[in-house]
Design a protein around this ligand. Structure first.
Ligand code: GLA
Length: 364
């Protein structure tokens, strides 16, 4: 080869090498799951709409596990007593199997997204505790049984602890009819139906001391009574305004005392302060991703992942709730129509600066 072509070829390949280095941690072939391979499983919640197109590629590149966002919840999968909708849940299982992803199940018992038939007889009267527990058992045997050996962890019971300071359990239909027994029974049924699955209790606002203490008390009671519970799911619907580092570490220390696995099951970092109560977006409200919001989010993500890494012996999984900023449930909660930007991928599916903040540690 002509010597000039040799130099040209060398120059071009060095150029592309330097360019690739400048791309930094956003190496197209390495994803979150790889950066965190020695720490914990990184996952994401998905729906059937995510299983094809660019989102599917992103999921497979970045994540090692998926959670069903909606399709395994009681209402969607079991809309009437005699009817089960397996189609979409089966699709997620197939996608996970095909792509070597671990599968989390979500959720076997919840007060939301459950058909009202569950609590009523054919005359619309409230059913007895015996009937409701029988229905719960049938439901769990069908769903957890069908995916036995395919779902490695289940959020068995979701959000039964009350937010109110003077109330222990949420006053749901489940609780009104069964007292606390439905919680314990749900874990027993799940263990019978899928003996190898890890069984989690899952809740939000699980960092602050008041609710956390109630959660811990309930789990201790379960442990004392020999109820099969293997993990605590901290949902992780957080914000750039909190939790702070001290609160996060204090909560992880407190849960560590239980001696069970800890996973963050529904992580997203809202760019707004938390609000109680739902409302419409105000016309003058700016919901753009301002540099200030972006910076705050980078810092929050950097901090929480530093803490997660410090607790790698305790934490076995971190799951994001939704894939990219194009679609997040926070676009309509608690403020309807206010755009949020809570994830590590922007609306085009590109890695945000916050992504580099959580993966940058491996370059240190
Ligand atoms: C809770 C539930 C999730 C999901 C989110 C909001 O955290 O556990 O299944 O519904 O709310 O999308």
């Amino acid at each position: 080869m002509n010597i000039r072509y040799c130099f040209l070829a060398l120059f071009l390949s060095m150029g592309s090498y330097i360019f690739a280095q400048k791309e930094g941690p956003s190496d197209a072939k390495i994803g979150l799951k790889d950066y965190y391979a020695d720490y914990f499983t990184v996952g994401v919640s998905v729906g059937p709409r995510n299983l094809s197109g660019p989102n599917a590629d992103l999921i497979v590149r970045e994540f090692a596990s998926i959670t069903a966002e909606n399709v395994m919840k009681m209402g969607p999968i079991h809309p009437t007593e005699d009817q089960y909708n397996w189609q979409y849940a089966d699709q997620l299982i197939e996608f996970a199997e095909k792509n070597g992803l671990m599968m989390r199940g979500h959720t076997l018992c919840w007060h939301n997204q459950v058909g009202s038939w569950m609590f009523e007889d054919e005359n619309g009267e409230t059913v007895s505790k015996e009937v409701l527990l029988k229905r719960l058992k049938d439901h769990i045997f069908q769903v957890a049984g069908r995916y036995k050996g395919k779902i490695y962890a289940w959020d068995v019971v979701n959000e039964v602890i009350s937010d109110a300071p003077d109330e222990f359990y949420r006053n749901s239909k489940w609780y009104q009819i069964c007292g606390e027994d439905f919680i314990f029974k749900a874990f027993e049924y799940a263990h019978e139906a899928a003996p190898d699955a890890l069984l989690f209790y899952n809740d939000y606002s699980a960092i602050g001391e008041r609710k956390r203490n109630k959660i811990i008390e309930m789990i201790r009671k379960m442990q004392t009574n020999g109820i099969p519970i293997h993990g605590m799911g901290i949902q992780g619907h957080w914000s750039v305004f909190g939790p702070d580092e001290a609160a996060l570490r204090a909560a992880l220390d407190a849960y560590a005392e239980l001696g069970i696995a800890i996973q963050v099951t529904e992580l997203d970092i809202s760019v707004y302060p938390s609000e109680s109560g739902r409302r419409q977006k105000r016309p003058d409200e700016d919901d753009s991703f301002t540099p200030e919001r972006e910076q705050k989010q980078i810092e929050q993500y950097r901090m929480i992942f530093q803490v997660f890494r410090d607790y790698r012996d305790l934490i076995s999984g971190i799951t994001f709730w939704n894939v990219t900023d194009r679609h997040s449930w926070l676009d309509n909660f608690p403020v309807r129509g206010r755009k949020n930007y809570p994830l590590l991928f922007d609306q085009e599916g590109k890695r945000k600066k916050a992504y580099d903040a959580v993966t940058g540690f491996s370059q240190e």
